[in-house]
Design a protein around this ligand. Structure first.
Ligand code: SPD
Length: 349
């Protein structure tokens, strides 16, 4: 409670005792700050503040960019029976429940095509998921009956190439891919043309602008991966829901705990229920993001208690699937770009 109060005094409000325990449990198995963030399921600024309080109180020391529990820290862990972080997730599917190699030809084709993809840019908070993740997303959608014969819109986050992957996979009735980044749309269109892919269109669109009639109520399924501020969540998810034709339609998106707290998840989830959605799937750590080249320029790098950049995958997100129930709400208001990417919990943009 003392550690919690100190962290809260440093303006970290959205944490509770369990978060301190998770950080200590992570420190029992790793000294890498970015792994501690991952294992704690906490936003970077919150993990950083907790580590700084632990250091001030002599429970940890930082040497050569490694965070180490001191004798006093080890005694604390023992006194409160804090368990080390454990990972028993399935090695075959990497915890996703969908092994990417179930359709190995599709995976190989996607990897070959994705090797020339544009680099992530900071301007749009890009950071692409691994090819294994993208392929698993598509297989998961197909498994849930959301590809065959469906009209699908992929909205933003095309740095993950999920739209292109669905186009390669086929089986849908119609596919529309929209993204603000011209480079990604050009990349998709080049492949679509070269391979002669049918019933698919990729075009530039800024999701902050309201949709025209051509988007509203025209699709069975939407897919996106929003930044984590509430404004961005509304821009991406409310817009996605507005594209759905009728009840029974579905939406897919990632939500992370690296740029957002569990308290904000509750706010997101309440908003989903209010709109008339039901959450059918939350697969924790489904999405693995490859490290992005602009890390040094981010708030995350500045506030981290170490100078070492992440070397391995540490940024992961849960994959959500929602279904729309009778009477669901369609909204289509302009979205302000204030706090679109960064706020007190977000730091990786
Ligand atoms: N800026 C780092 C990469 C962030 C990628 N977006 C993740 C969104 C999760 N909803």
């Amino acid at each position: 409670m003392e550690i919690l109060k100190e962290a809260q005094a440093k303006k970290v409000q959205n944490i509770y005792r369990r978060n301190i325990e998770r950080v200590l449990g992570a420190l029992l198995v790793t000294s890498d700050f970015w792994k501690v963030v991952d294992y704690s399921d906490l936003p970077v600024p919150y993990t950083s503040t907790i580590i700084k309080v632990l250091e001030e109180k002599g429970y940890v020391k930082i040497e050569n960019d490694e965070i180490l529990l001191t004798e006093k820290g080890l005694e604390l862990v023992k006194e409160y029976n804090i368990a080390p972080y454990k990972d028993f997730s399935c090695e075959a599917c990497q915890g996703r429940g969908v092994p990417f190699y179930k359709n190995i030809d599709f995976y190989r084709t996607f990897v070959e095509i994705a090797k020339d993809r544009p680099e992530p840019v900071q301007q749009f908070d890009q950071g692409a998921v691994t090819p294994e993740t993208t392929v698993s997303r598509v297989l998961h959608m197909d498994m849930r009956g959301d590809i065959e014969g469906k009209e699908i819109i992929v909205m933003g986050a095309e740095d993950d190439l999920t739209g292109l992957a669905i186009a390669l996979y086929g089986g849908y009735k119609r596919l529309l891919i929209i993204d603000i980044d011209e480079r990604l749309i050009e990349f998709d269109n080049k492949i679509i043309k070269e391979l002669g892919l049918k019933n698919v269109e990729a075009r530039v669109h800024d999701l902050r602008n309201p949709y025209t009639e051509e988007f509203l109520g025209k699709f069975d399924v939407f897919v996106t991966d929003p930044p984590e501020t509430f404004a961005a969540f509304k821009a991406f998810i409310a817009r996605g829901i507005a594209t759905i034709k009728e009840h029974g339609g579905a939406g897919y998106f990632g939500l992370t705990l690296r740029d957002s707290s569990i308290f904000r998840w509750q706010k997101f989830q309440k908003e989903l229920l209010r709109i008339g959605a039901v959450i059918t799937d939350i697969i924790q750590d489904f999405n693995d993001y490859m490290n992005w080249g602009y890390h040094e320029e981010t708030k995350a790098a500045q506030i981290a208690p170490v100078n070492k950049a992440p070397e391995d995958i540490w940024y992961r997100s849960a994959w959500y699937r929602i279904e729309l129930l009778p009477g669901f709400e369609r909204t289509n208001e302009p979205i302000s770009d204030e706090v679109f990417y960064l706020d007190e919990e977000g730091s990786t943009t």
